[in-house]
Design a protein around this ligand. Structure first.
Ligand code: UFG
Length: 342
């Protein structure tokens, strides 16, 4: 029981990498996912890496009945890592209600089951989007939260508040991890990001352009107040991000938390521009990228990068991979992805 972890959204991009790192650290993992944006085959791909097939149950977490049914027979968890959520920023602007319904109800249903079955530890998948465009960079956890730029971002802010209030009124301890921009893939290239349809995010669009699936990468604006005019983000290798969750669970197991709810930025502390990304991708993979500068994308912030000092000192976690590693592994995953499908 001590080492059993429930991972919601465990067949998704960050979830699957976290399952691998949990298993590598001796944890027993159960996955629930509704497969709305992932595939059950990922469970076998995880097993190819770790030689352990995690238990998988298809559960729609926004459905209270399904959730109750699942927890009736499965509740001996030390903790829950709650990834399951809809995450397409642009889609959330067009269809806000399904985003609020899915992301918020799923979180409420999980917290209710935690109270019912006395499961006392949750690690929540939050986002640097809760800072909006920060006034001070690098941004630390004490920066004021601003109105999110999208309903998706708003759900992360609201879920953090729901978790805060619930923890205050129950035995629940929570660690909210605010991710910066996760990219890259496992070095085996058995798991990675699998966007459905046309990618919205920079890296999948870039790798699909390199692979000839897309004709040309659009760079959204070169008139920002940054050294080369393009937007700056803190890109973090998904395996490093996965390991931050293992560190958070270990902190809970070791009873090292200093308050009932803790928040950590999970980023490298280094910002790269869109043009830095393109140039580095070309350098490490030896491929030229066809790109053009177009107008800014609505809702984009100019620049953000993390102050990860708190995670470094308190969680004992450090990002180990650099941008070269991230962009090399992203490309390897893109090249292997089709073969993996069989
Ligand atoms: N970009 C392009 N062309 C593209 C896609 C993106 O130039 O085709 C640029 C964006 O303008 C931005 C950078 O690349 O400057 C990164 O964009 P992404 O779409 O990859 O990532 P975002 O920073 O917009 O969003 C990500 C996650 C969200 C999360 C947010 C927090 O997708 O889930 O970070 O800031 F909320």
């Amino acid at each position: 029981m001590k080492n059993k972890i429930l991972v919601t959204g465990g067949t998704g991009f960050i979830g699957s990498h976290t399952v691998v790192e949990l298993q590598n650290n001796g944890f027993e993992v159960v996955i629930v996912d509704n497969l709305s944006n992932s595939y059950e085959k990922v469970v076998d791909d995880i097993a190819k890496i770790t030689n352990i097939k995690p238990v998988f149950k298809k559960v729609d977490l926004k459905n209270k009945c399904e959730v109750s049914e699942f927890f009736k027979d499965n509740h001996d968890f030390f903790g829950i890592i709650h990834f399951a959520a809809s995450k397409a920023v642009g889609e959330s602007v067009k269809k806000p209600l399904p985003y609020y319904e899915n992301n918020i109800n799923s979180t409420i249903n999980i917290l209710e089951m935690m109270i019912k079955y006395d499961i006392n530890n949750v690690v929540f998948s939050s986002s640097c989007t809760v800072y909006g465009q920060p006034d001070v960079l690098p941004v630390s956890e004490t920066a004021p939260l601003k109105k999110a730029m999208s309903p998706y971002g708003n759900t992360k802010h609201i879920c953090e508040d729901i978790i805060d209030d619930t923890a205050a009124a129950s035995n629940i301890n929570a660690i909210n991890l605010r991710y910066f921009n996760p990219i890259g893939a496992h070095e085996s290239a058995f798991i990675g990001e699998y966007p459905q349809g046309t990618p919205n995010n920079l890296i999948p669009y870039l790798t699909q352009t390199a692979a000839g699936i897309r004709e040309c990468l659009s760079v959204y604006g070169d008139d920002y107040n940054t050294p080369d005019g393009t937007g700056i983000r803190d890109y973090i290798h998904v395996v490093d991000l996965a390991n931050a969750h293992v560190s958070a669970i270990k902190r809970m197991l070791d009873k090292k938390m200093k308050s009932k709810v803790e928040v950590f930025n999970i980023g490298t502390g280094i910002g790269y521009s869109v043009l830095d990304i393109i140039k580095t991708f070309e350098k490490v993979n030896g491929i030229k990228i066809n790109y053009k500068i177009i107008e800014r994308r609505e809702g984009d912030i100019e620049k953000v990068w993390a102050d990860p000092t708190l995670a470094n000192t308190e969680l004992g976690w450090h990002a180990k991979h650099n941008l070269d590693d991230m962009l090399r592994s992203s490309w390897q995953w893109e090249c292997r992805r089709d073969k993996n499908e069989g």
